[in-house]
Design a protein. Structure first.
Ligand code: A2P
Length: 301
């Protein structure tokens, strides 16, 4: 089987690479180096966010590569403190400046922050940015069905993507079914179970046995599981070997029974904040990245 990137077609007809690099918690040079390695390894989709404070590093690596811009797919996200009619456009413009790009391929609302009640007006601004070509596609992150239903009542634009925490321990079947029904692609964040628990997910029994069976690593089995479920997937790594390893997943297929075995690992356990109660809207510059950001979210979540 050829080593070949897979693509999904989003609900606006745009093709998006199904496997990309996540860069949460990767700082400065580290992020630039990771993106550089990833692009050389064949990745064409990079997922960053204003709050990660590494858009400049991502942009530097993208511009340094000789890959034509139209072959790359760059995602960034509007941070919580910038939700609201007046702040969306300046926030995107600042992201584009940091990235050094004229447009992003996908712009996402990072969290619904239901207690603030601004995601509808934010979404209506997103529609305008898309009409103007500053973003090719718009979507959301961490939206629950209730939030998606509210969007549907106020806008005729269905989000192309809902990026949610998803891995074999948190299989999110309801949001996946809803996405299928409404043409919303699901993108998995912390697809390997995240940094805190990746130990427990990736060293757990069904995955280590399957890794042996397929002559792959547990991380490759998990990434393949996402792909075979039609999920868009953005494993994060800053390690050269693991960045390459995570892209080496196009030459095998997990059989039906083994997919079901992995499906059976669901415990419904989140490692990140609960979107219903996550309402942190600190300015990104006030947020000390690294392990602290997760603690801030957890405390308030
Ligand atoms: P590192 O950056 O040192 O490679 P997730 O994408 O689920 O958030 O998981 C990211 C965590 O998993 C990071 O701590 C990352 O560490 C680690 N990781 C990424 N790829 C692999 C891999 N192939 N095997 C083991 N751990 C991995």
């Amino acid at each position: 089987m050829a080593m070949q990137q897979l693509y999904v077609t989003l609900n606006n007809g745009i093709r998006m690479p199904q496997l990309g690099l996540g860069v949460w918690k990767a700082e400065g040079n580290e992020a630039e180096h990771a993106v550089d390695i990833a692009l050389k390894a064949g990745y064409r989709m990079i997922d960053t966010a204003a709050v990660y404070q590494n858009e400049a590093a991502v942009g530097a690596a993208v511009r340094k590569s000789d890959i034509p811009r139209d072959q790359l797919f760059i995602t960034t996200k509007l941070w919580n403190s910038d939700q609201g009619k007046a702040s969306v456009r300046p926030a995107l413009e600042a992201s584009l400046r940091r990235l050094g790009l004229d447009y992003v391929d996908l712009y996402l609302i990072h969290w619904p922050m239901p207690a603030r009640g601004r995601y509808i007006e934010t979404w209506l601004e997103f529609e305008k940015l898309q009409q103007e070509g500053l973003v090719r596609t718009i979507g959301v992150c961490n939206f629950q069905i209730e939030h998606l239903e509210r969007l549907r009542q106020h806008s005729s634009t269905i989000p192309a993507v809902n990026q949610i925490e998803l891995n074999p321990h948190l299989s999110q079947s309801e949001l996946r079914s809803y996405g299928k029904e409404h043409g919303i692609h699901i993108e998995s964040w912390s697809p390997l179970g995240g940094s805190k628990t990746s130990g427990s997910l990736l060293t757990s029994k069904p995955l280590t046995s399957l890794a042996q069976k397929y002559n792959k690593t547990p991380a490759q089995i998990v990434i393949r599981w996402h792909l075979q479920h039609d999920l868009i997937v953005i494993p994060k790594s800053i390690n050269e070997e693991r960045i390459r390893q995570n892209f080496d997943v196009f030459d095998f297929v997990i059989d039906h029974d083994d997919m079901e075995t992995i499906d059976g690992m669901n415990t419904g356990t989140r490692t990140g904040p609960n979107p219903d109660t996550m309402n942190v809207a600190l300015n990104p510059t006030m947020i000390n990245l690294g392990p602290n950001i997760a603690n801030i979210f957890r405390r308030r979540g």
